[in-house]
Structure formats: structure tokens, C-alpha cells
Write a new protein. Structure first.
Length: 452
């Protein structure tokens, strides 16, 4: 009961935090990609001047923004100027960064001049590199540089740890019940990513470009796609293979993984479809001199969704009929069957929940990084399996802990040690755990559940 109470409290807290994040995100009216494009025009408007951006705010017209700045020429006094940029679209629309109008205090720029500016400056590497950036004088706490760098790395790792944790939980759910490892969860994450893009694209086809609605549609599509694909595939690769040894099912899930990979390649083509970045405005949190620790709204939202999903899953296993049946069958399937637990139906339900978690992780990948290729899920699935083993495969809290540990390990290794050796070090850590603690951090001493 204390565990259940803590899980329920964590779920409520995560729900509240996620709701606050989404409400705050709804109020974000300035798109970071549009701000970057508008700032990049300033060096062309002021040749030879040093540009200092003072303020960015909404413009006087829809889909426009105003940048107030100071232009310092070497041979004359500083000038306070502004530029108003008009864009073709907003939200999740692919052409939201397309500049269609530009004006200054001297008046609007002609269509021909705007075309030349875009064609021969903004669309070149020099134009992209010419962005003067925003002011680095954020009113935040000043902390030591080493602490600031460490804090930034931790914040950057939040979405990746949430993704690994959800995928590791998928492995733990299926293994804890059946003693079988499904190696197709990485591809199921890619299925969830493709479903997220498809759901968002359907809304865009109807002219709805709201990021909140697009995120909601992508979430629903990813959950459904992940659940149905894993339920059907797992039924044949795990449910129908009744051999005592887990090896036939393991080989079958390898085939399922390859099938899903090719299936995605044929359905969505080898070309990855990317969604434009949303809610990527940097929020300053702390600073160390010129180094500013930033956090983006989409990072908060993706991490919040991951925490909410993990807390909800803990509550599901601890406080519902499904959870009681799952725990009973995981402990002793024959005794649970004698007490009325329908084993085949429970397996299908477990496969559906695990597939939904994998699909959700794919949705988070799209929200945070923009997209995932048809073969991109393999690495995520492999590292999530390592996380599940390190945390204690078969233990849901252990799998979550392993996901957080692997995400943090990757981030800190990349920050302080040679990045090309990061994956090798992770595999070495796996070998160490398999030798000295094969049951993982929160699992049993043995690598498989204890016999009853």
C-alpha cells in the first residue's frame, strides 16, 4: 500500500507538472526558428555594423515579429533600429520559417529586394552564420563554470533518459510476465515516430497547424500504432511459440524486428520525414560569465510526458486488476491460472501496454528531435535493452532506473570523455553488470526470475 500511495502521488504530481508545461507552452507565441531567420537579416540591413539585439516581441500583424536592436558602426554613433518580419505560416507548418515580408523604420522592403536578400544571403552559409544572436545578459544566478557546464549536460539528457526509460519498461513488462525478450521494441519506437508524423500531417492537411493539437494527434496515433503492432506481432512471436526454451521466441522477435524495419521502409520510403522544431525558445536558468545554462519548453514537455507515463505505469501495475494479475502471473503463472487469471488475454494486454510505451517513446523522439528514420530505432532499442538489464530486467522500477542511468551515462561521457568511445564503454558496463550482478540494480541476484 505505501508503494501504491507513492506511485499514485507521483502520477498526480507528474500530471500537474505536465498540465502546467502545456499551458505555458500554449502561451509561447514567438517561434525560435522565425526569430533566428529575422535576426539573420540584420547584418544585411546594416553592412559593417556590430549588431546587438535588444528585444524580440510579437509584430503588429499575424505571423510577424519585431526585433529591436542597436547597430554600431565604426565611424558614427550607435543607431537604435528595428525590423519587422512577416512569415508564411506558423506552428507545425513546414514553411513557417519562410520570410514573406520585411520592414524597418524606413518602410517595407520591396518584393524584388526581399527575393534577392533571401536568394543571395539568407539561403547561403554566410547568411546562416551571420545570425547575431540574442543578448547574453540574462538576469539569472551566477554559478561556477564547472557547475554550469554539468547542469547544462543534465538538462540536455532529460529527453533521452525519458526515451530510454520507456523503452526499458517495455522490455521489463514482457520479460517479467513471459520470460521472453522482444528485440523489436526499437522498431516499434520507429513505428510510433511514423505514426506521430502521420497524425500531425493529417491535421496539417486540414489546415490545423497548432503544435498542441498536433502533439495530441501524434500522441494518440503513436500509442495506438505501437500497441496494435506489438500485440499482433507479439502474439505470433511470443504467445504462439510455447517451447520451454526462450531461444525460439528470441529468434522470432529478431525476424519481427527486421520485418518492421522493411515494412517502415516501404510504407514511409527511405527518406525520413522531419517535423519543424516547436517550442525551442531557450529559457535562461543560470550563467557562468558568457556561458548561459538554457532549457527549452519542448525539453520540459517531453521529459514531463515521460515522467507521467512512467508514474502512470507504476500505478497501473500496483493498483489495478491488470496489475494484480500481471504480478501474480509473473510470480507463478500456474497458480495465477488456477485462481482465474486468463493467461493468453493477460499476455495480449501486456503486449499492448508495452507496445504503447514503445510508441510513446517514438513520439517523444519526433517531438524533441524532429523525426526518426526507418532503421533509426535499432540503436534506441539496443540501448534500452542494456538499460533494462542494468536496472533489473523483469523489474519495472529497475528498468526505469536503468533507463535514467544509461541516459545520464551517455550524456556525461560525451561531455567529459572521448565521444567516439561512448558506446564501447556502455557495452563494457553491460558486461560488468552481467558478471557481478546479472539480475541488475533492482532485480534478483540471478538473471531470471526465481523459481516458485
Amino acid at each position: 500500500m505505501p508503494i501504491m500511495g507513492r506511485s499514485l502521488g507521483a502520477a498526480r504530481l507528474a500530471s500537474l507538472l505536465l498540465a502546467l508545461c502545456l499551458l505555458s507552452a500554449c502561451g509561447i507565441s514567438i517561434d525560435a526558428d522565425q526569430v533566428r531567420v529575422c535576426r539573420s537579416t540584420l547584418p544585411a540591413l546594416n553592412p559593417g555594423a556590430v549588431i546587438t539585439v535588444e528585444r524580440v516581441r510579437e509584430g503588429p500583424a499575424p505571423r510577424s515579429l519585431r526585433v529591436d536592436y542597436v547597430a554600431q558602426h565604426p565611424d558614427r554613433p550607435a543607431l537604435e533600429r528595428y525590423a519587422i518580419c512577416q512569415f508564411a505560416a506558423e506552428g507545425l507548418a513546414a514553411n513557417k520559417a519562410d520570410l514573406v515580408g520585411l520592414g524597418t523604420e524606413e518602410g517595407p522592403m520591396s518584393g524584388a529586394s526581399l527575393y534577392l536578400l533571401k536568394r543571395y544571403y539568407l539561403d547561403t552559409p554566410e547568411g546562416a552564420a551571420g545570425d547575431p544572436g540574442s543578448r547574453a545578459d540574462a538576469d539569472v544566478a551566477d554559478i561556477p563554470l564547472s557547475v554550469a557546464y554539468w547542469l547544462q549536460q543534465i538538462l540536455v539528457s532529460l529527453p533521452r533518459t525519458a526515451i530510454y526509460a520507456l523503452l526499458a519498461v517495455s522490455f521489463a513488462l514482457v520479460f517479467g510476465l513471459s520470460g521472453r525478450i522482444n528485440l523489436a521494441f526499437g522498431e516499434l519506437a520507429a513505428i510510433g515516430s511514423a505514426a506521430t508524423v502521420a497524425g500531425t500531417s493529417i491535421l496539417l492537411g486540414y489546415g490545423v497547424s497548432s503544435p498542441v493539437l498536433g502533439l495530441a494527434a501524434g500522441l494518440a496515433a503513436a500509442l495506438f500504432a505501437g500497441a496494435i503492432h506489438n500485440a499482433v506481432g507479439g502474439y505470433f512471436t511470443i504467445g504462439r511459440i510455447t517451447a520451454e526454451s526462450p531461444q525460439p521466441s528470441l529468434i522470432a522477435t529478431v525476424g519481427m524486428s527486421l520485418f518492421l524495419m522493411e515494412y517502415l521502409r516501404l510504407v514511409q520510403s527511405p527518406v525520413t520525414v522531419w517535423l519543424p522544431p516547436i517550442w525551442s525558445e531557450a529559457w535562461p536558468l543560470a550563467r557562468a560569465g558568457e556561458f548561459i545554462v538554457n532549457l527549452t519548453p519542448i525539453t520540459v514537455i517531453t521529459a514531463g510526458i515521460g515522467v507521467l507515463a512512467a508514474s502512470s505505469l507504476l500505478w497501473l501495475v500496483q493498483a489495478t486488476g491488470f496489475g494484480r494479475a500481471w504480478r501474480a502471473s509473473a510470480d507463478d503463472a500456474r497458480a495465477a491460472a488456477l485462481m482465474g487469471v486468463n493467461g493468453p488475454r493477460l499476455l495480449l494486454q501486456t503486449l499492448g501496454v508495452a507496445g504503447a510505451m514503445a510508441g510513446l517513446s517514438g513520439m517523444l523522439i519526433v517531438a524533441q528531435y524532429g523525426g526518426l528514420g526507418f532503421a533509426g530505432g535499432f540503436q534506441y532499442g539496443l540501448k534500452a535493452l542494456i538499460a533494462a538489464i542494468i536496472g533489473g530486467i523483469g523489474s519495472i522500477p529497475g528498468a526505469m532506473l536503468g533507463g535514467f542511468a544509461v541516459g545520464l551515462f551517455e550524456t556525461l561521457w560525451s561531455a567529459y570523455l572521448p565521444i567516439e568511445m561512448r558506446d564501447m564503454a556502455l557495452y563494457v558496463a553491460l558486461v560488468v553488470f552481467l558478471i557481478f550482478r546479472p539480475g541488475g540494480l533492482l532485480g534478483f541476484k540471478d538473471p531470471t526470475p526465481r523459481p516458485v
